[in-house]
Design a protein. Structure first.
Length: 161
């Protein structure tokens, strides 16, 4: 009989809710950790500013639309904007959360891109960096798609040849 020692994951830090601007929903760092599959390597001190930045970034892109929803249609929150419900949650809220999640993951990947445990110039390091660039592109694309879905506009990717 053999015994295999496994590392226990770090204890999850207790993190409060990050309040938003009143129109867009507040976000729970723990829910974001779960949705983005972030373990304890992303500390609370790094996650909270990154989450706030992602929320501000997505809010900025949606600001004109949100202003119209408030002033023209009288909706006080994103949850009040008419949308299908999935699991008891507005599709608009789900799209917003997805946009913030992918913005956050792209930002974190960019932040950690300069951290490498492989020697520079090695083929493994090159492969890791290449994969990271692909991930960054995927995260940004999915962020764009979530914002397009929230706005109700068609997704369109155009590449210059």
């Amino acid at each position: 009989m053999s015994f295999i020692v496994t590392a226990n994951p770090p204890a999850a830090p207790q993190e409060g809710t990050v309040s938003n601007d009143g129109f867009f929903p507040d976000m729970s760092p723990q829910a974001v950790r779960d949705a983005c599959r972030l373990d304890g390597t992303v500390t609370k001190e790094r996650l909270l500013p990154a989450l706030q930045d992602a929320m501000l970034s997505v809010n900025g892109e949606l600001q004109a639309w949100a202003d119209e929803q408030r002033s023209r249609w009288g909706y006080a929150t994103l949850d009040e904007v008419p949308a299908p419900q999935v699991g008891g949650t507005s599709a608009k809220v789900l799209y917003y959360q997805r946009a913030v999640h992918y913005c956050l993951m792209a930002d974190l990947a960019e932040m950690y891109r300069n951290i490498s445990s492989t020697p520079s110039g090695s083929s493994k390091a090159d492969r890791v960096m290449e994969e990271l660039v692909v991930q960054l592109g995927d995260h940004r694309r999915k962020q764009r798609w979530a914002i397009s879905d929230l706005l109700g506009v068609a997704r369109c990717t155009v590449e210059l040849l």
